[in-house]
Design a protein around this ligand. Structure first.
Ligand SMILES: N=C(N)NCCCC[C@H](N)C(=O)O
Ligand SMILES: O=C(O)CCC(=O)C(=O)O
Ligand SMILES: [Fe+2]
Length: 359
């Protein structure tokens, strides 16, 4: 196993007085990282390491509280009095499913609050979307300072996510009009406009160590989080210092690269919507978590995503650059997200085995 993900400094895209050269350097480093790995470490984001430590500590305190306390914000309740398949709130150990298997983890999911006033965000919603996503966030009650510290952190992360999307636009030369193809001059604007009300997800995850012994030469059968790609634009992952847990699939499709934490840096990866916008030029790299240490691991990924109602289809200039054939006809990010979320859980209400569970 090798660990060789590149380290990228985003500060030129956050600091208005930075030079065009500095921005160009960051942009080309992003292009290279996205072409070769789809993953990189991010520095220069301006969030103090002490704040990052506090975020992980607060999540750990929540997970270490009694189950009764955690169940006070159980995700069922997100759907209202009829209960069922709410996505916001606490999900117990083994409730999340990946590739038909229970992930050995517990988690809290927080999403951007639903914009009930906007006609556009309510149009693609079905009653199922309503129950699943439109309820309010269920915040941990204890530790009491968690909510405000996280709200401030989420604000900071939205700024970092927006800077990353701008930098990606420059990496892809989206702001340089290509001669003879008017529609393409709008690509950069499409990128930015469709993320200006990012339907972000903040997830706190707690992982006890896996218990099934690994047999020599055999593939693992038990996962802390099974192999998957992320759904949207960019994931900013913060994790405690546990090594060896997060593994990233290399471009050879068989080597797993450990993405061990670097203090003060985020592990960043691109999601399915960036793959689609770039017409497959940049892939949303598959990754998984296998935590076999002795400690209880905590990670806190923030998913900076397109707007819920953003129509996401391959950008004109990227289609030209990748052979002229669009890989996807396009749908909204909300539709993509709901397709994923409905497969992440058993649906008790509908009695469906959404995740085709393997015991
Ligand atoms: N919001 C994001 N990206 N969450 C990632 C979760 C990945 C695992 C999930 N059970 C799955 O099967 O997709
Ligand atoms: O815990 C981690 O390191 C990564 C978790 C992850 O990939 C996810 O939740 O999407
Ligand atoms: Fe992930």
């Amino acid at each position: 196993m090798i660990s060789s993900l590149p380290i990228i400094d985003i500060s030129p895209f956050l600091n208005p007085s930075s030079s065009p050269e500095a921005r160009q350097n960051t942009a080309s480093a992003i292009n290279s990282a996205c072409m070769h790995y789809g993953f990189f470490y991010l520095t220069g984001h301006g969030i103090p390491t002490s704040k990052l430590d506090q975020i992980v500590d607060l999540a750990r305190q929540f997970f270490f509280s009694p189950l009764e306390e955690k169940n006070k914000i159980k995700r069922h309740d997100a759907g209202g009095p009829e209960g069922g398949d709410g996505a916001r709130g606490y999900q117990g150990m083994g409730e999340n499913i990946t590739l038909g298997r229970r992930d050995v983890q517990e988690a809290v999911d927080l999403y951007r609050e639903w914009d009930h006033s906007s006609a556009s965000t309510s149009s693609p919603s079905t009653s199922r979307t309503h129950k699943t996503l439109q309820g309010p966030n269920l915040w941990p009650i204890s530790p009491p300072e968690l909510k405000n510290v996280y709200l401030e952190y989420i604000n900071q992360l939205q700024g970092v996510g927006a800077a990353l999307v701008r930098a990606m636009g420059v990496s892809l030369n989206l702001d340089v009009p290509s001669p003879g193809a008017d529609a393409n001059t709008e690509d950069q604007e499409i990128f930015v406009r469709n993320t200006d009300r990012s339907f972000w997800v903040m997830r706190m995850i707690g992982y006890p160590p896996l218990s099934t012994p690994l047999k020599d030469g055999e593939d693992p059968t038990e996962f802390s989080c099974g192999e998957h790609s992320d759904y949207g634009c960019v994931t900013l992952l913060l994790a405690d210092p546990t090594p060896g847990a997060l593994q990233v699939l290399a471009k050879d499709n068989k080597t797993w690269i450990s993405a061990d934490p670097i203090p003060g840096a985020f592990v960043v990866n691109i999601g399915d919507m960036i793959e689609r916008w770039t017409n497959g030029l940049w892939k949303s790299t598959r990754h998984r978590v296998i935590h076999r240490g002795n400690n209880y691991r905590v990670s806190v990924p923030f998913f900076y995503e397109p707007n819920f109602d953003a129509m996401v289809k391959p950008l004109g200039k990227l289609v030209q650059r990748t052979g002229g054939q669009a890989v996807h006809e396009g749908n909204t990010y909300g539709e993509h997200l709901m397709g994923k979320v409905f497969n992440n859980f058993y649906s008790e209400v509908l009695g469906e085995d959404c995740g085709k569970l393997v015991d």
